[in-house]
Design a protein around this ligand. Structure first.
Ligand SMILES: [Zn+2]
Length: 499
């Protein structure tokens, strides 16, 4: 199909950091056929002519860190992603991919699919990709091989893990992702990780990692990551770079120095970040350390039957009263607390004449299994400083979701990351640089061919946006509101979103 489409009167950001220039774009058969900067493109024979009226046209945005592995099969229209201008996603992150699947990890893989109403009928990257393509997803996708999945598929068999990783990379995975904070990967000995690094060295694959610690042992975790990447192909990408917890905020300067030093030594080191300082997870993580290993359902059962323990916990939480008070309740099934969703525990306590600690425990003993919170553990100043680094691209850290909450409600970053990231970077470095960070930069980092730049022969992945309107109204209470200012999104020449 050689369909011809034209975008007229656009301010073209080419994605390579050059200043925007007025021009037309000609799309043919899903690819960019021509960029016309002087005069106008010939519209004869075009099946679609879009007048951008002087608004911006950029390469489709690339989400450098997504978790859509299962949801994209359930909601291939990926509304949360395309509505913020995203056309390409990198998945298989934090050590978790939906392949390889063996007898040893089939139950677990099936469970994570079933949660989205998806039936698992593959065992390899190729099989998974075929299942996804059959759903005609709105996004172009790439999948890392997840270390935790690999360990679960071939327990205690490093030779088999290495062979499977090599096969997946030969089949198109850009490399290995680890999530060394999580089991079973966190318990693997160093020599096993070095063995997998050998595979990366041999294949040129990238090492992408959710660091073992993002807080107390952040520097040690980064050092470890640099060591593995160095033993591999010298390509390191750090997922959601941050300093977690107030006590660790001062570490950023040294962390950036360590990255710069590795770059000076010739390594390719990059990172991604979402433009938010709150993380959203089970409200139960507010509890003291001894509850870390318990499942939320168990926590609820324990607290419901133990008044003395509840009183002890209220006392224990007083140790960091500011943190408890600042935590937002974002979801609960309790009817009498529904009106407080999106509100800080401190404010809820004021309204109910209690204390934030008592509110936290009251909610947990009745609804720990479902209650969610948003925690202000990251620093706004550090976020700004991280975004100033030229090798930092945007990763939503979210899965593709439909407009409704049939797959659950997500973090607002699943709908608003790109516009907020662009605005924050543009404020410091200009819009051309901001666009580069979400287009050609991630394409270069991950070695993606044919995307990230508006030039002849590349995929016709194009996002039309209004710079003045660019923004997000999504918040923890209304996380699924579409971004503002994103007007039209093409993927492979096909319109996948229109405001
Ligand atoms: Zn992660």
């Amino acid at each position: 199909m050689n369909e011809r489409k034209v975008i007229r009167n656009a301010m073209i950001y080419d994605g390579y950091g050059n200043p925007a220039r007025p021009g037309d774009l000609v799309l043919e058969g899903g690819f960019i056929a021509e960029t016309v900067y002087d005069g106008h493109a010939d519209v004869s024979g075009a099946t679609d002519v879009y007048d951008a009226q002087g608004r911006a046209a950029a390469p489709g945005f690339i989400d450098a860190h997504a978790h859509s592995d299962a949801t994209l099969l359930a909601a291939p229209e990926a509304f949360g992603k395309v509505s913020q201008g995203i056309t390409t996603e990198i998945n298989g992150n934090c050590g978790h991919s939906l392949f390889p699947v063996t007898k040893a990890n089939r139950d677990y893989a099936e469970d994570s699919c079933r949660a989205c109403g998806v039936k698992l009928n593959w065992d390899s990257l190729k099989g998974y990709q075929a299942a996804l393509e059959a759903r005609d997803p709105a996004l172009r996708t790439y999948f890392f091989c997840g270390h935790n999945t690999l360990c679960a598929a071939y327990p205690n068999d490093i030779e088999a893990q290495a062979a499977a990783l090599e096969a997946m990379i030969r089949d198109g995975a850009p490399g290995l992702s680890t999530g060394l904070l999580y089991a079973p990967g966190r318990d693997e000995p160093e020599e096993h990780l070095l063995k997998l690094a050998d595979v990366l060295k041999k294949t040129g694959g990238m090492y992408v990692t959710h660091l073992r610690s993002e807080g107390r042992r952040l520097e040690e975790a980064l050092e470890e990551a640099i060591r593995y990447a160095k033993a591999g192909a010298g390509r390191l990408h750090i997922s959601h770079l941050k300093t977690a917890g107030k006590a660790n905020r001062g570490k950023l300067g040294h962390v950036l120095e360590m990255i710069h030093e590795a770059q000076r030594q010739g390594m390719q080191v990059s990172a991604d970040r979402y433009p938010y300082v709150r993380s959203q997870t089970s409200l139960s993580v507010i509890l003291p350390g001894e509850y870390d290993s318990m499942r939320d359902v168990e926590i609820q059962q324990k607290l419901a039957g133990d008044e003395a323990e509840c009183r002890r916990l209220v006392e224990a939480l007083r140790e960091d009263s500011e943190r408890v008070s600042n935590t937002l309740l974002t979801a609960t099934t309790l009817e009498d607390y529904k009106e407080f969703c999106g509100i800080q525990l401190g404010t809820i306590a004021e309204k109910r004449g209690t204390t934030p600690e008592a509110e936290a425990i009251e909610i947990l003993k009745r609804d720990a299994a479902r209650a969610m919170g948003a925690f202000a553990g990251m620093s706004g100043d550090n976020l700004k400083r991280i975004l100033e680094e030229p090798y930092v691209c945007c990763g939503t850290d979210e899965n593709a979701r439909p407009a409704d909450d049939s797959l659950g409600a997500g973090h607002p970053r699943g709908f608003g990351s790109m516009p907020l990231f662009l605005n924050m970077v543009a404020e410091e470095c200009g819009m051309s640089e901001a666009v580069r960070r979400v287009t050609s930069l991630p394409a270069e980092i991950f070695g993606l061919k044919g995307c990230g730049g508006l030039r002849k022969g590349n995929y016709a992945d194009i996002t039309i946006f209004d710079e003045k309107e660019l923004g997000s109204k999504a918040d923890f209470l209304h996380p699924h509101l579409p971004a503002t200012g994103i007007l039209r999104v093409y993927r492979g020449g096909r319109v996948r979103y229109e405001a």
